[in-house]
Design a protein around this ligand. Structure first.
Ligand SMILES: [Zn+2]
Length: 311
């Protein structure tokens, strides 16, 4: 498999400039089988340490779910990107690690202690938090963020479609937790799982995010124009801004099966047959465009529906 990663450590890389600036945190492999971000970060830190460009602030790349990355699975016991409700995070922080029953709670405790140690040590004015993912369906290039000028400005810098409204329909994501802590927060979906293209897309996107955050000058980014063009090309046929309007939540006992062939951003009509489950047919409850149709075994959502706000 082209996107397989060898053993990973919690800290993928760390680069600090001479000048003060933002703390820029990127997490990859929050879902263990979504690894293009891990490889992209390894490449970026490799370049930074070789070329030593001027840098404002501190940039840290972290692995999300170490155990799941090692096993190349979305998760071990529970979806790691659905357990970031405030009270849940407080619980995993306060309990002893041996008292935490799931791998994902232990991963959360370890990841949080790393992030808090970094933030306490650096005392930044602003923090940017980026969470890298892949989709099980094709054409999965987009960002999730929240309304608010800084979030939207940062997300728009990568040119791929921006999706808002996550907090209305899906709770417990890491970006919502960190957004509530005052970090500018973006989840960046870099294409289909196991597709090598995602490595370049994630790499290009992170460079542009570092630039918009004021961490690095355009002239210090390797092949800046290629990065920009690559992202513009993959975004060409897709809307700029959309809002999430529906999430089809599922449980294992539902035995949900998505109809084959759906792609991200494909328009659908209310009543259209989208899949089957233990109760029978599953039809679209609304008009819109399909997002993240589920084409893998593990997952808590069968599909999402979005509404285009700006083309
Ligand atoms: Zn994911």
């Amino acid at each position: 498999m082209e996107t397989a990663v060898a053993r990973v450590e919690r800290i993928i890389g760390n680069y600090e400039g001479k000048n003060q600036g933002k703390l820029f945190i990127v997490v990859a492999g929050m879902h263990g089988n979504e690894t293009t971000g891990v490889i992209a970060l390894q490449r970026i830190f490799g370049y930074l340490h070789d070329a030593s460009p001027d840098f404002n602030g501190k940039f840290v790349g972290l692995s999300g779910n170490l155990e799941a990355i090692e096993q190349n699975q979305r998760f071990i016991h529970t979806d790691f990107n659905r357990i970031w409700a405030e009270d849940h995070v407080e619980k995993t922080k306060s309990l002893n690690i041996d008292a935490l029953l799931t791998n994902e709670e232990r991963q959360q405790k370890l990841l949080m202690s790393e992030i808090e140690e970094i933030a306490t040590g650096y005392q930044p004015q602003d923090v940017v938090f980026v969470d890298l993912h892949n989709t099980s369906s094709s054409h999965g290039y987009f960002t999730f963020t929240f309304s608010g000028k800084t979030n939207l400005k940062i997300a728009a810098a990568i040119h791929v479609p921006t999706i808002t409204g996550l907090q209305k329909t899906l709770s417990g994501t890491a970006i919502e937790y960190f957004s509530n802590r005052g970090f500018a927060s973006v989840a960046f979906e870099g294409g289909q799982i196991d597709d090598e293209t995602g490595i370049e897309v994630h790499e290009a996107g992170i460079w542009l995010l570092l630039e918009i955050a004021g961490c690095i000058n355009r002239s210090d980014i390797p092949n800046y124009e290629n990065c920009r063009q690559k992202l513009c090309e993959i975004a060409e046929d897709f809307p700029k801004l959309t809002d999430l309007i529906y999430v089809h939540h599922i449980e294992p006992k539902d035995n949900f099966k998505m109809m084959p062939g759906f792609k991200n951003f494909q328009p659908i009509e209310k009543g259209q047959l989208l899949g089957h489950d233990a109760r029978g047919e599953v039809r679209a409850p609304k008009n819109g465009c399909i997002l993240m149709p589920l084409y893998q075994q593990q997952g808590d959502e069968g599909f999402f529906i979005i509404k285009v706000i700006e083309h």
